[in-house]
Design a protein. Sequence first.
Length: 194
Amino acid sequence: MGRKVRRVPYQLDPKDVKDLPLEELRVILRGADDLIMTGGRSLLSKILKGSRQRRVLELGLDTSPVYGFYKELPLEEVMARIDWVILNGYLDIEYDYRLPMLVYTEKGWEIEKETYASELLQGFDEKLDSVSAEYDMSYLKDRDRGMILLLLRKVEATGDDKHIPLLEAWMKVDYKKVRNRIRQVISNLEGCTC
């Protein structure tokens, strides 16, 4: 018979946080993206606080777009906001062996998917503004399919054919179903008289 695993306990305490504005909810969910099943509440609070702790820097978490968002708040208040997000069903905690790790709930992923797709679309515009005509779009392969389809809807909704070179480069590296959708978006952008 194996030894019993001693799980690291945790206790959620939202203190006096009764509600969070949508912007703050999105920030917390975005910060959690780099930690899903690899980190927990404590590490997320350090990202949001803007900690210069060695582990945060070694993992490159200081490059998160929400790094330091709560730099003016004490760490306990940042943690209270994270706990509120968990208690209200946007994030959950699952154990990986003995450590509690963050995971998205369906409700939380719906919000993060929208945020991340918008961020990727903004990244498209930045790529187009760069001097390079070579576009490496392989970073989009093997991403969540729902988020990728949402990104393609957002590109299509712009009605801007400037995205076509990126879409063509992306089409070369992704799977058949995504390539088919990319073809449709390109076709719609070429035919758009927006």
